[in-house]
Design a protein around this ligand. Structure first.
Ligand code: RP5
Length: 162
């Protein structure tokens, strides 16, 4: 079993600028992760193998981003009991509403924890994965508390014109 706790997977290289936001957060919080391109449509065998081996490899959370007919998160959730956090990529044609609907409307029995569309959703996916892991990792829990407190402290009391 490897040390990697979180898998960040995405349907295409074109998803990486968005999914990078999850990686940045996990890096900041000291969570080990891997990144892979796994497409439900273009590399279905890769998807199957990834899902089949996820538990044995010690993955504890999978963050899956996809756009358009975004079947990757749901198909991954059907293949492994490892919790899947879905990130709808913002598309050009339909602004990511297509991705959101494709990811969020899972049938009863196979949930995907669906985040917001785009970069904020990807960053929150990283934070969600860290929060899940923090339940059994007190040091990570402390780092996450510090991160949250520092974000709160950075918010001004009053708006300015600048
Ligand atoms: C999806 O199709 C990917 O997740 C990506 O968001 C979208 C478009 O992929 P490319 O045509 O840019 O490779 O599978």
């Amino acid at each position: 079993m490897s040390d990697i706790k979180v898998g960040i997977i995405m349907g295409s290289q074109s998803d990486w600028p968005t999914m990078k936001e999850a990686a940045i957060l996990l890096d900041e919080l000291g969570v080990s992760f891997e990144t892979k391109i796994v497409s439900a449509h273009r590399t279905p065998d890769r998807l199957w193998d990834y899902g089949k081996s996820a538990v044995d490899r010690g993955l504890q959370v999978i963050i899956a981003g996809a756009g358009g007919a975004a079947h990757l998160p749901g198909m991954m959730a059907s293949k492994t009991r490892v919790p899947v956090v879905g990130v709808p990529i913002q598309t050009k044609a339909l602004s990511g509403v297509d991705s959101l609907y494709s990811i969020v409307q899972m049938p009863k029995g196979f949930p995907v924890a669906t985040m917001a569309i785009g970069a904020a959703g990807a960053a929150n996916a990283g934070l969600m994965a860290a929060a899940i892991l923090a339940n059994t990792d007190p040091e990570l829990a402390m780092r996450l508390e510090v991160w949250r407190d520092s974000l709160s402290a950075s918010i001004a009391d009053e708006p300015t014109d600048d």
